[in-house]
Design a binder for this molecule. Structure first.
Ligand code: F6P
Length: 358
């Protein structure tokens, strides 16, 4: 009989609880193991006493797979290799994490995270002898070697719904509506939601944009007799002359919230259109998971436990060609997945006449 730990690390997203539930079901019902939920990512293993909760079937009822966020809590602060201490210094506290893992008597650890979390968890695993299995999650969908990560589908649904709601008001007032979405350095959310939501312009970090092209598209739409427009902007877009807008105009302070305003102003100046801007922000992370995210989460959770049963560690579960597979965590981290410029969705967007800013 084994005792396995599970933690969520980095930014939350929809579907994390569905992964936790699937892990508890598989581990308990199929293998008769005990699952220990570690609180606040690796912070729970740093705390003394160790901050954890035994997760049994009663605790993970079916309501849990519908619930957004993570019942375990998470953090994207406090890298244990350079932990910020109150006196301002950085301390390597990795040995304390290993101590927490041993204190709990864990045989393996399932880390639900993105590439940043995986890099830290993997280093910990290697240095401290932790048997690690990774489950990819992020609304940004930028983790390599998996077609999807948990949380992406729901974020796209939220952003698409925002466009559905913006369209009637745009049409009523003859305005160009700019929707700023998240995605960090990748444009997956913008591209998918923009196509699904009927955007005229989609700006993504992978394709530097030229404001004249955007203005032309807005004019073209008007010439065709439509008086409104929908523009989707990913948070980290760049201009064709190489300016990283966040750094250039927003002081690089924030990863989101501001680019949309800049683009809205530029479009108004270039076309005379009346523009309004919506910054979608964290609502993209907070809602009930979509059915697809629940399915992916369930499949990932089950496979993660099976990997432990097989003694296969340092692996990340992944989705590929309608199947759950597993890949090396190291390879997944090395293969950051931006939007592919010759990929299906870029082709589709161009095929629909959507302006991608170039
Ligand atoms: O990586 C997920 C994400 O939501 C990004 O899309 C966004 O840039 C960032 O996290 C926001 O971070 P925070 O929650 O720290 O504000």
């Amino acid at each position: 009989e084994k005792r396995i730990g599970i933690l969520t690390s980095g930014g939350d997203c929809a579907g994390l609880n569905a992964v936790i539930r699937a892990v508890v079901h598989r581990a308990t019902l199929t293998y008769g193991w005990q699952v220990v939920g570690i609180k606040q990512g690796t912070m729970g293993l740093l705390s003394r006493p160790v901050d954890y909760e035994v997760l049994d079937l009663d605790m993970v009822g079916s309501a849990m797979m519908r619930q957004g966020g993570t019942i375990l809590g998470t953090t994207n602060k406090g890298n244990p290799f350079a932990f910020p201490m109150t006196d301002g210094t950085l301390k390597d506290r990795s040995a304390e994490i290993a101590g927490g893992y041993r204190e709990l008597g864990l045989d393996a650890l399932i880390g639900i995270g993105g590439d940043g979390s995986f890099a830290i968890l993997r280093k910990l695993a290697q240095q401290c002898g932790i048997n690690l299995v990774g489950v990819p999650k992020t609304i940004d969908n930028d983790i390599g070697l998996t077609e999807v990560s948990v949380g992406f589908d729901t974020a796209v649904a939220v952003a698409t719904e925002a466009l559905d709601r913006l369209q009637p008001t745009a049409a009523s007032h003859a305005r160009v509506m700019v929707l700023e979405v998240m995605g960090r350095d990748a444009g997956h959310i913008a591209l998918a939601a923009g196509i699904a939501g009927g955007a005229d312009v989609i700006l993504i970090p992978e394709i530097p944009f030229d404001i004249d092209r955007i203005a032309n598209k807005i004019r073209q739409v008007r010439n065709q007799g439509r008086n409104f427009g929908l523009v989707v902007v990913s948070e980290a877009v760049k201009t064709a002359d190489g300016k990283e807008l966040q750094r250039e105009y927003l002081g690089g302070e924030k990863r989101f919230g501001g680019i949309g305003n800049y683009i809205g102003e530029q479009i108004a100046n270039a076309t005379g259109a009346e523009t309004r801007v919506t910054v979608l922000g964290h609502v993209q992370r907070g809602s009930m998971p979509s059915p697809r995210d629940r399915l992916i989460a369930a499949a990932f959770g089950v496979h993660a436990v099976d990997l432990i049963a097989e003694g296969k560690f340092d692996r990340m579960v992944a989705w590929s060609n309608r199947e759950v597979i597993d890949v090396s965590i190291e390879d997944a981290i090395a293969r950051y997945q931006a939007v592919e410029l010759d990929g299906a969705l870029v082709k589709t967007a161009r095929g629909l006449g959507i302006c991608l800013g170039d």
